[in-house]
Design a protein. Structure first.
Ligand code: COD
Ligand code: ATP
Length: 198
């Protein structure tokens, strides 16, 4: 089985590209969705998160993301402690995903922080989803509640796009049409099905 790590900075179109891999029949592990589940109703992690940041969880509704965002954005130590609660559980579900699909020729790990958190070491190849900075900025600022200040802060926490591109085995460009992007996704799949990755 070959493991492709899929990553990209905020608003680069990673979720859209991950959906394209899925549509081509490739199993995709969605780290962000798993984090949402681990913060959702009934998660055994809720008491720990509540103890760390009182008032950010509700037993029936799970984590209040707006409240948790306020508690951790701009406070690196608080964010680090939150990650410390979430990541061991996240790694466990990722291991289970890989086991479940071990007979498949190719799987994708969609991990927004693949470079930042060391996940790049455990994949066979890396695909970076990228678009010009102005396209990224336009997409992100169109989201309700997002400000230029918040975008600047999030970008400061992430490995710069230029460095991601430099370290990529494949760059998937999302600055054009969805059809052009889909063709690139198909090329990556064909390439990894043919060769030994990197
Ligand atoms: C702080 C939280 C509650 C804010 O949630 P919210 O829905 O407002 O934002 P969202 O999760 O969509 O993140 C917005 C952007 O910030 C980036 N981001 C999220 N967490 C981190 C982090 N720990 N370090 C750097 N960037 C981050 C995301 O990749 C995305 O580009 C949430 O991001 C969180 O719980 N983060 C810690 C877990 C984590 O590291 N998740 C990353 C995805 S695996
Ligand atoms: N060629 C393209 N490829 C991918 N997305 C595109 C393309 N053209 C336009 N878009 C649009 O750009 C937006 C990208 O958002 P998406 O949620 O996929 O980004 P993301 O990188 O997952 O964001 P985040 O990291 O913030 O979660 C979507 O609304 C998508 O429809």
């Amino acid at each position: 089985m070959k493991i492709l790590g899929l990553t990209g900075s905020i608003g680069m179109g990673k979720s859209t590209v991950a959906a394209m891999f899925r549509a081509e029949g490739v199993p995709v592990f969605d780290a962000d969705a798993e984090v949402h589940r681990l913060q959702g109703p009934g998660s055994p992690l809720l008491p720990e998160i509540e103890a760390l940041h009182p008032g950010t969880t509700h037993p029936d509704r799970g984590v209040d993301r707006a409240a948790l965002r306020k508690a951790v954005w701009g406070n690196d130590e608080a964010l680090g402690r939150l990650e410390h609660i979430l990541y061991p559980a996240l790694h466990k579900v990722r291991r289970r995903f890989l086991l479940r699909h071990r007979a498949r020729p190719l799987v994708v790990l969609d991990i927004p922080l693949l470079f930042e958190k060391g996940g790049w070491r455990k994949v066979d190849a890396i695909a970076v989803v990228s678009a010009p900075a102005w396209v990224q900025r336009r997409r992100v600022l169109a989201r309700p509640g997002m400000t230029a200040g918040q975008l600047g802060h999030i970008l400061s926490l992430q490995t710069p796009d230029a460095e991601k591109r430099r370290r990529a085995d494949f760059i998937i460009d999302t600055g054009g049409t969805l059809t052009v992007t889909r063709a690139q996704v198909r090329r990556v799949i064909a390439c990894l099905s043919r060769s030994g990755g990197r």
